[in-house]
Design a binder for this molecule. Structure first.
Ligand SMILES: Cc1cc2nc3c(=O)[nH]c(=O)nc-3n(C[C@H](O)[C@H](O)[C@H](O)COP(=O)(O)O)c2cc1C
Length: 387
């Protein structure tokens, strides 16, 4: 087993073990990738305030997210095609999360279906919904998530049209991959991945195949998914979905104060400040830069969560100190999943918890819930005056 000391180690292994098409799918942003890059570089601008001679014994990273107890306020973000990063990827990631005591969010665009993940886990997970034009499909998938006892619905609002990622087009991204000559040459060096895939039947979008009208083969599946995102999604439709769901409701993809206020008045249990990991509106500000003003805008009306750019426990601490009550990791756990399956996701979570715990102690804090602005050194003008 290689020595893994940080998320970057997992990323290197992921690149070595997973077909280029799927590594690139994870490791890219839209268009110029400015927002993708700034999500991480803006975290690095914030510094931490060192405190000494304080009792740092009996520390705790435990908390709650949207009313759920968590071992640390770090959930696994919804990520499409996990089952292409590693055979049965969603089941592996969900198991790692449940053993660790953090929420796992299953994407609509997963390879393993809701029912399949439910059958292979023992605790409820969260389900992320993309609103599609096919209303029967949306109604049915909400009911399926209820039947599978999913304990929160995460509604993603920032992907009703796809931001372009150049590499995906150039690589001919598809699930499963088409066996062209370059793909076969690449697969020849990714034998672990290939063996895993030969050993599983889960190679298509499990929530869609057999559930959406007119989706029979791979070609129809690819065109269905790219054409189905509903461009007419508005707050009226969102209200209907919230009412149909009736349980914990989390709105994902908020990056604007005005939208945050609307979502807060809307009765959501939480909002996620996010730019989809830099995969949608290239040129948008980083999520960590937008977080403070959104926290101020909504006050106590709604719990604020954030994602986009978290690669360490220090990043988690910074987000919490800026007012987030919870965070999500996307790529940080995908690197682990691609590198080593379930063990890799567990390792990613362990790395982040250890970093969070140590950093908390060196900042003179014992409880993750006590973190605040006083723990940070923020350069003047960090939030900026954008008009
Ligand atoms: C490969 C990949 C696939 C994703 N698929 C989805 C998805 O299906 N649904 C969704 O709401 N967000 C999706 N996201 C966005 C993540 O939920 C999350 O917002 C993002 O990864 C956070 O940024 P980070 O990767 O820098 O942590 C995806 C992100 C990545 C990297």
């Amino acid at each position: 087993m290689p020595v893994i000391t940080c998320i970057d180690d997992l990323k290197r292994l992921h690149k070595r073990r997973v077909p280029k098409m799927f590594y690139d799918y994870a490791e890219s942003g839209s268009y110029t990738e400015q927002t993708f890059r700034e999500n991480t570089s803006d975290f690095a601008q914030i510094r931490l305030r060192q405190k000494v001679a304080v009792d740092m014994s009996g520390r705790s990273t435990a908390g709650t997210m949207a009313g759920h107890d968590v071992a640390m306020p770090v959930a696994l973000a919804p990520v499409g095609l996990c089952g292409m990063q590693h055979a049965d990827g969603e089941i592996k990631a969900a198991r790692a999360a449940e053993k660790f005591g953090v929420p796992f969010t299953l994407s609509t665009m997963s390879i393993c279906s809701i029912e399949d993940v439910a059958a292979h886990t023992t605790k409820p997970f969260w389900f992320q919904l993309y609103v599609m034009q096919d209303e029967d499909f949306v109604d049915a998938i909400i009911e399926r998530a209820k039947r599978a006892k999913c304990s929160a619905l995460v509604l993603t609002l920032d992907l009703q049209i796809l931001g372009q990622r150049h590499k995906d087009l150039k690589n001919g991204l598809s699930a499963p991959p088409k066996l062209t000559l370059p793909v076969m040459l690449d697969l020849a060096t990714k034998w672990r991945w290939g063996l895993g895939m030969l050993g599983t039947k889960r190679r298509f979008f499990g929530n869609i195949v057999g559930h959406a009208k007119g989706v029979g083969d791979t070609a129809s599946l690819m065109s269905w998914t790219s054409e189905q995102f509903d461009p007419k999604l508005d707050w009226g439709k969102i209200a209907r979905i919230r009412d149909q769901w009736g349980g914990k409701f989390i709105i994902k993809g908020i990056l604007d104060e005005e939208d945050a206020r609307i979502a807060a008045d809307f009765g959501a249990d939480a909002i996620i400040v996010s730019n989809h990991g830099g995969r949608q509106l290239d040129g948008a500000l980083s999520a960590i830069r937008m977080l403070p003003s959104i926290v101020r805008a909504v006050g106590d009306k709604v719990e604020v969560h954030m994602d986009s750019g978290i690669r360490s426990g220090q990043d988690v601490l910074k987000a919490l100190a800026l007012g987030a009550k919870g965070t999500y990791i996307g790529r940080s756990y995908i690197y682990g999943l691609g590198a080593m399956g379930e063990a890799g996701v567990t390792r990613a979570l362990e790395v982040i918890r250890k970093e969070l715990d140590t950093t908390m102690a060196l900042c003179g804090e014992r409880d993750v819930k006590a973190l605040g602005r006083h723990n940070l050194l923020i350069p003047e003008g960090f939030e900026g005056h954008w008009a």
